[in-house]
Ligand binder design. Structure first.
Ligand code: NAD
Length: 351
């Protein structure tokens, strides 16, 4: 074997029902005296429950999807004004993303408390949006110092959002099999991530108020994000990045819809990756496993249901082609990409 792999340094706490104690211990460990909490209004009750003992100087509630620059600037100014020494983010990928925007310019440490399966908390990737253009980058300063996973905080995430978000995490795993910097450690993490998500998500659907499925999905989401952080963006993420940015499609459902089409395109040219994915699902092929899971979850099916229009397919093909990673196992052409997007637009059988 010959490969180089960087393991990112974070403390990870799995603490079902114990986020308040785990957070207090982290704040103490980091020696923080002036905590800024970032939590959207919908998550403010959750935030209050787990931060009441902390030395809070600011609770910041203005959170927006894809972190608009103006929103980031206001959060940064508030952090400076209140002489914050630690940012605690409590919420989904949008909330973690705003904390990262603050850390990017201030160098402030972050403790992340995720309430979806997006996985941003385990990556050094930041994103900012200005005039419908999304810019992303990688910076070690934005990687949270610690993560507190408390499955009880995800009980309020509706089942359909849980399914879409869980499939977003599954997409990190599948794309990590062939992404530009994918290595054997990433693939091992991604395989276990698929197993955890394939076991956890159906339990959320069957028993939304039980913790076990949600905890399994959080564990899978963490593994998926660690593998994605190291492997980089593969074809699937490049496609979804363009679709989300240009057409303002919702993040998690877009990933959930597009994934089977990318797997169908790449699997024939990536038999080893497909065998790994299939083993993780316990099925004959990766696509068999993914499609059986999607049916079981009643997963998002077609991009047209989320605002993508047929006449936008040609423009999307043009925008995606230059971003396709050269390492992609299948050669991507205007024709097969058009077929892929048309399938995802209408929800056709990816086979
Ligand atoms: P989100 O954070 O926008 O949350 C979606 C919705 O769920 C929101 O309305 C939110 O209020 C609600 N919500 C969140 N937690 C809840 C809970 N426990 N109970 C009830 N409602 C809850 O969406 P997301 O899919 O988590 O994150 C998407 C964003 O994260 C995108 O901007 C994406 O680009 C970014 N992201 C970044 C990375 C990275 O590595 N930088 C990785 C994944 C996603």
């Amino acid at each position: 074997m010959q490969f180089d792999h960087e393991t990112l340094g974070q403390r990870i706490h799995f603490a079902a029902g114990g986020a308040a104690d785990a957070l207090a211990a982290e704040v103490e460990l980091l020696g923080s005296r002036r905590v800024m909490v970032i939590a959207a209004p919908d998550e403010s009750d959750l935030a209050e429950q787990i931060t009441h003992g902390l030395p809070l100087v600011l609770v910041h509630e203005e959170v927006a999807m894809h972190v608009p620059v103006a929103v980031a600037e206001r959060a940064r100014a508030a952090a400076t004004r209140h002489q914050v020494d630690l940012v605690v983010s409590i919420g989904g990928g949008s909330t973690t993303g705003l904390a990262k925007a603050v850390a990017l310019t201030s160098g402030l440490p972050i403790v992340a408390v995720p309430t979806t399966y997006a996985g941003s908390e385990a990556t050094p990737v930041w994103g900012l949006t200005e005039k419908a253009e999304k810019t992303t980058g990688v910076d070690a300063r934005v990687l949270p110092r610690a993560i507190v996973y408390d499955a009880s905080l995800t009980l309020s995430l509706p089942v359909d959002l849980s399914v879409a978000s869980g499939l977003n995490a599954l997409a990190h795993c599948v794309d990590s099999m062939w992404a530009p910097y994918a290595d054997p450690i990433d693939r091992a993490l991604a395989s276990e991530g698929i197993r955890a998500l394939a076991a956890g998500l159906p339990r959320i659907v069957d028993a939304p108020t039980d913790l076990e499925g949600r905890e399994g999905a959080l564990f899978g989401a963490y593994l998926s994000a660690v593998s994605f952080a190291s492997a980089g963006s593969g074809l699937h993420h490049k496609i979804c990045h363009v679709l989300g940015g240009r057409y303002d499609l919702p993040h998690a459902p877009t990933h959930a819809v597009v994934l089977p089409y990318v797997l169908a395109l790449n699997a024939p040219a990536a038999p080893e990756a497909d065998a790994r994915i299939a083993r993780a699902f316990g099925t004959g092929t990766g696509l068999d496993g993914l499609q059986a899971l999607r049916a079981r979850l009643d997963a998002p099916r077609a991009l047209r249901d989320y605002g993508f229009q047929e006449h936008q397919i040609a423009g999307a093909v043009e925008a995606i082609l230059p971003a396709v990673p050269p390492s992609n196992p299948t050669t991507v052409t205007p024709e097969n990409l058009e077929r892929l997007l048309r399938g995802a637009w209408g929800g056709a059988d990816p086979r």
